[in-house]
Design a protein around this ligand. Structure first.
Ligand SMILES: [Zn+2]
Length: 647
């Protein structure tokens, strides 16, 4: 663990500098282990008996040559060094002389030269101003640091902090003494007596308790899930959804802007640097009429999206589906085309190439006339009609020539939608330079209040932003709610397009939460139907971390699958590992006016907030290095691919 180890040492050495105390000469420690009958001065009535026996058995402590343990004697720094050396099988450094050159008072012929060099090399001790002070006693606060460092517990994720009086504890040991209390290693919460010496017996008991605790904890104590999870307030999430879903938040409307302002205000209050990013939305209002031999067609035709405005009068020519070999003489005429086989753009281009001056296309099914588009440069009035009317015209053309007036009036309407972006940057000296984004979309479909789609995701963005704001980070985190997702990922595409390449290069993962609270979604799939969809159907960093956190925090196996259709798409397209969190298949009220707060399950909200919150925190918290060198919290969990349709 190259990078991680060196980082760890910089943390530990600063604490070890404080390891000095008043001098107290200590008798040399004997080398012979006493018979298992025990020490001459210890019996089972002594309060430290059990700890001393356990540590003796595992070879961590030894008594004196005269058969005593002397549990009331104070522990010296050199004996602490010997004990740690033995307990952790530290390696004898090759360059003992170089290491000991740090200290004025320990020479290579010192009785414990090897051990002192070894504990110095791993960073448990550092001395003070060039002195190791081998015979000084070790204080209770120093012991707190040393034993926690020795057991890799210099950081600990406690579900609940114990109240302990830290007033007299040196700053460099405060966190460690707090951890001892949280772990239940000390119950001297009123007065830990931090500056006092510690007896060999009390030291043994403390160390023994810590060993038991470490065994209990397994490997999960460094993951910090509890930090994130314990503070998630699902009632606040629910209230935010209720508030946001009072009315539809269609992109480009005042209701969207009100939601945007609310979201930004919440994020700003949490201390984030926020930005409302506006972007244009284009829509069209059109008015189309078609007259055939001076009588108006009995439907309201639909203008192709992108069609130019214009009125043309010309004879009508039926060209089938407008493949090049079907097109007869259409020069100067209006082409009547059947939908199907080729794309709209191809068909239009084919008749344009032959000199057509207008396009009327009829449907290839009975599903109305709302279809069709042209692309830039195809400057021709184009309109869609029903199959029924189209076939009538085809029949009529068999009988007679038809003169048609096609009048298309298109007005482009520009509206504005918005992304809300909130950023929290780490301190420069710890910055990994990387960037994690956590997103949802705040717009809804027209007429749908969008409680689940996607006020639910927004509520999780706000909640996780609240929690992350309280903790130190070493990786920039951005919470983003996108506008106009429902119109084709317009906001997220705009956002990603607006980023310079240097910023995209910093992005290591995107978590997208869209529709994470519907009680009725997910049918009877496990984990409430939660699934992580990626664009390419492959696992990635986001799914790995989240599968692991789901397994740790909820004991759930969350599968992955393949789907776009939400704002993870543009991130994937520029190479950012990303995934969509959703309960699938979706609920019956999807995109309906019935997508209301009463359909929301707090349990599901909490589930996704916990999984995403805990996994993203593994990346941004300062105890973990940059993501490439990183294994904590990413233990490979077996999670399956599922070919599951979302609707
Ligand atoms: Zn939607």
């Amino acid at each position: 663990m190259g990078e991680n180890k060196s980082k760890y040492r910089t943390i530990t050495s600063s604490i070890a500098t404080a390891l000095t105390a008043a001098s107290l000469v200590f008798a040399p420690m004997g080398s012979s282990v006493l018979a298992d009958s025990g020490y001459t001065d210890i019996n089972e009535d002594h309060s430290h008996y059990e700890a001393i026996m356990a540590l003796t058995e595992s070879g961590i402590v030894k008594g004196y040559e005269d058969g005593t343990f002397r549990q009331w004697e104070n522990m010296s720094r050199q004996h602490a060094a010997v004990m740690l050396y033995e307990a952790f099988d530290l390696e004898e450094p090759e360059n003992i002389d170089e290491i000991l050159a740090l200290y004025e008072d320990v020479r290579v012929d010192h009785r414990y030269a090897k051990q002192i060099a070894a504990v110095t090399e791993v960073g448990y001790f550092k001395g003070n101003d060039g002195y190791f002070n081998p015979s000084d006693t070790i204080t209770r606060e120093q012991v707190a640091s040393v034993i926690l460092l020795a057991r890799d517990l210099e950081v600990y994720d406690s579900a609940e902090e114990q109240e302990i009086n830290l007033d007299d504890v040196s700053d460099s040991h405060k966190e460690r003494v707090q951890i001892l209390a949280d772990l239940g290693i000390t119950n001297q919460h009123e007065d830990y007596r931090p500056r006092e010496s510690i007896s060999r017996g009390a030291f043994s008991t403390m160390f023994h308790k810590l060993n038991i605790k470490v065994d209990e904890l397994g490997s999960e104590y460094r993951l910090f899930d509890n930090k994130v999870i314990k503070d998630i307030n699902v009632d606040d999430m629910y209230d935010n959804i209720a508030f946001l879903s009072e009315e539809p938040r269609e992109a480009g409307t005042d209701a969207e802007k009100a939601a945007v302002d609310y979201i930004e205000g919440e994020l700003k209050d949490l201390g984030y640097e926020t930005e409302i990013q506006p972007f244009p939305l284009y829509s069209y209002e059109s008015d189309v009429s078609i007259e055939v031999n001076n009588s108006e067609l009995d439907e309201i035709p639909h203008a192709f999206s992108g069609s130019v405005s214009g009125e043309v009068t010309a004879s009508l020519e039926y060209v089938g589906k407008a493949s090049p070999d079907e097109i007869g003489d259409v020069n100067g005429k209006i082409a009547l085309i059947e939908r199907g086989d080729l794309t709209f753009v191809e068909k239009v281009q084919n008749v344009l190439d032959e000199g057509a001056v207008g396009v009327i296309m009829f449907n290839d099914s009975d599903e109305g006339n709302r279809f069709g588009q042209v692309q830039k440069g195809q400057d021709i009035p184009a309109a869609a009609i029903t199959r029924e009317n189209g076939l009538v015209l085809v029949d009529q053309l068999d009988e007679e020539e038809l003169t048609v007036t096609l009048d298309v009036n298109v007005e482009q309407i520009e509206k504005t939608s918005y992304n809300v972006i909130a950023s929290m940057k780490p301190d420069e000296d710890v910055d990994t330079g990387q960037l994690v984004t956590i997103g949802a979309h705040h717009d809804s479909v027209p007429g749908g209040p969008g409680a689940n789609d996607d006020a639910s995701g927004v509520s999780a963005v706000l909640e996780l932003a609240k929690i992350y704001a309280d903790y130190p980070i070493d990786t920039e985190v951005r919470f983003i709610t996108f506008g106009a997702e429902e119109l084709g990922l317009v906001g997220s595409s705009y956002y990603v397009d607006s980023l310079p390449q240097s910023e995209i290069d910093r992005m290591v993962s995107h978590f997208q939460m869209d529709m994470i609270g519907a009680r009725e979604a997910g049918a009877d799939h496990p984990a409430g139907g939660l699934i992580m969809y990626t664009i390419d159907g492959e696992k990635n960093m986001v799914t790995d971390f989240s599968a692991a956190s789901a397994n740790r925090t909820l004991n759930e196996i969350v599968p992955y699958g393949q789907l776009g259709r939400s704002d993870h798409q543009p991130f994937h397209d520029v190479g950012v590992p990303s995934a969509l969190f959703i309960h699938s298949p979706v609920e019956p009220s999807y995109h309906q006016p019935t997508d209301t707060i009463d359909k929301i399950s707090k349990e599901k909200l909490l589930q996704v907030a916990e999984i995403v919150g805990a996994s993203a925190y593994q990346i941004v918290r300062p105890e973990t290095p940059a993501i490439e060198e990183f294994d904590v919290g990413r233990d490979l969990i077996d999670y399956p691919f599922e070919d599951r349709a979302v609707d």
